[in-house]
Design a binder for this molecule. Structure first.
Ligand code: ADP
Ligand code: MG
Length: 327
């Protein structure tokens, strides 16, 4: 099968009429028609074999994740997904792999009304780069720079299960099979919080998605906003869904592992955001409207730096570095 047959078979579909795509796959450019007056939100994310995923990962899950991590960036900005492009480097034409990959990818695309409008396909090491396009009304994009002293800090969903699954797959911890299966879904099939991002427009003062670990990502908001924060680690360490199963050799709950996974785990794809305490009702309404659980985990402070406190308000030493590809 040649390059163009491959594109036609796995990555070309009839276009939905009436959408934001005026021209999809097949010409030199795709044409997008965002609603009049809207700003385009654009973001790219690349997944590299051996770096972001194991070579033997289920191709359908990989297709899902490749788009999910990009939709998560649109969610963090409060943008509505419109379309995406796919740049794909493949070692060989493996039709079973392509069928699984395109199925996972396009199923998530359909769930969010986000159309594949073009891309590039070459032979080479397995590498997947997606660029997403979304729309947001001018002035309403959620940015990292809007956090103000006194604001509440929230995070959506659960934290740390993806990292726990990774630790288990690497043989560092042991989990019951059903617990690992559920945690693995968080690692391999993350849920982009698109509906929550949309509901937080005009409510959150700042937002970002948690991809490299809560504390590291939060520090980007703090830096961009010129503020500091206090985080209650007693609350965050309970946000790991598999928490009951984190036990060390003694069989006791391993608090340190729970802290590591929730504070610095990575691959969560939840939203971290801030909002003034006067907007607590609006935040709760956004959570409800988007059917997404959220938890208040701390407070924005005027003095810079990230303070961690335990249940008794005592300081916890911050030794939870986030994932960094070049460290
Ligand atoms: P060009 O040489 O003009 O860059 P290509 O020959 O690479 O175009 O691609 C032909 C068409 O197929 C283009 O419309 C391009 O956007 C699309 N395309 C290429 N690869 C992919 C892919 N992996 N997924 C979706 N569309 C693709
Ligand atoms: Mg080309």
């Amino acid at each position: 099968m040649g390059e163009f047959d491959l594109i036609a078979r796995y990555f070309t579909r009839p276009m939905r009429p009436g959408g934001a795509v005026a021209l999809g796959v097949g010409d030199d450019c795709a044409l997008l028609a965002p609603a009049p007056g809207m700003q385009l939100a654009v973001s790219s994310d690349m997944l590299v074999e051996g770096r972001h995923f194991f070579a033997d990962v289920d191709p359908e899950a990989l297709g899902h994740k490749a788009l999910a991590v990009n939709l998560s960036d649109l969610a963090a900005c409060g943008a509505k997904p419109l379309a995406f492009t796919l740049a794909l480097s493949l070692p060989r034409v493996d039709e079973a792999w392509l069928a699984g990959f395109s199925h996972g990818l396009l199923a998530l695309a359909d769930a969010h009304g986000c159309e594949l409008v073009g891309g590039d396909t070459t032979q080479g090491p397995l590498n997947i780069c997606i660029t997403v396009f979304g729309e947001v009304p001018p002035g309403q994009a959620l940015l990292r720079s809007g956090a103000r002293p006194g604001d509440d800090i929230y995070v959506s969903g659960t934290l740390g299960d993806a990292r726990l699954a990774l630790e288990a797959l690497q043989g560092h911890v042991t989990l019951p099979a059903d617990v690992l299966a559920r945690a693995r879904l968080r690692l391999e099939r993350p849920t982009p919080r698109v509906a929550l991002g949309l509901a937080l427009r005009g409510v959150a003062s700042s937002a970002m998605d948690v991809s490299d670990g809560l504390l590291g990502d939060l520090s980007h908001i703090l830096k961009a906003s010129g503020v500091g924060a206090r985080i209650d680690t007693c609350i965050t360490s309970n946000l790991i869904a598999s928490g009951a199963y984190i036990s060390g050799t003694t069989g006791q709950f391993d608090q340190e592992l729970a802290l590591q996974c929730t504070l610095a785990g990575g691959d969560d794809y939840e939203l971290a955001f801030t909002a003034p305490p006067t907007r607590r009702n609006a935040v709760a309404a956004a959570s409800q409207a988007s059917d997404t659980p959220i938890t208040r985990i701390g407070t924005v402070l005027s003095e810079p730096g990230l303070q961690l406190v335990n249940a008794h308000g005592q300081p916890v030493n911050n030794r939870y570095a986030s994932f960094d590809h070049f460290r």
